[in-house]
Design a protein around this ligand. Structure first.
Ligand SMILES: [Zn+2]
Ligand SMILES: [Zn+2]
Length: 147
């Protein structure tokens, strides 16, 4: 069974691709203290990730000290980030009117039917039939002769 057939059998709700999560607008509305809390947690997380990228595993399966410490730092920073986020952003602001979480603004075009994007195209490659439907998902009558 191909991925395409599976998509058709399971009726997913279409994405709301227009009502986006706008991090820049959210950040602009935060107090300086809130922005500092979020920045520290975000920077800690990136620093932790860089630690986890070093000498992952030995052949005997033992994780390197830098990677082990990095993973714990990443766990802590993720918790800090989520705590700060939950304290600052009302849950309703995260949701689109259809009740689904808003898709981040930075993602660019997204297919409302399959969720494919510019950097995560459908298996056989796809293009945009409209700003929110990709060629793999479009019905024949939705595709213009030149589209
Ligand atoms: Zn699609
Ligand atoms: Zn696609």
């Amino acid at each position: 069974m191909s991925g395409r057939e599976r998509q058709i059998q399971i009726a997913f709700r279409p994405l709301n691709v227009t009502d986006r999560w706008d991090s820049a607008a959210i950040a602009a509305a935060l107090t300086p203290e809130q922005r500092l809390d979020l920045s520290v947690a975000a920077l800690d997380l990136v620093a932790a990730w860089s630690c986890t990228e070093v000498d992952h595993l030995r052949t005997d399966g033992v994780i390197s000290p830098i990677s082990r410490a990095g993973h714990e730092a990443a766990n802590q920073a993720t918790e800090q980030l989520l705590d700060a986020f939950v304290a600052m952003v009302p849950r309703d602001d995260m949701l689109a009117p259809n009740g689904q979480p808003r898709i981040p603004q930075n993602l660019g075009l997204v297919c409302e039917r399959c969720g494919c994007t510019e950097n995560d195209a459908c298996e056989d490659g796809c293009s945009w039939v409209t700003d929110c439907v990709c060629r793999s998902c479009a019905a024949p009558w939705e595709v213009t002769p030149n589209g």
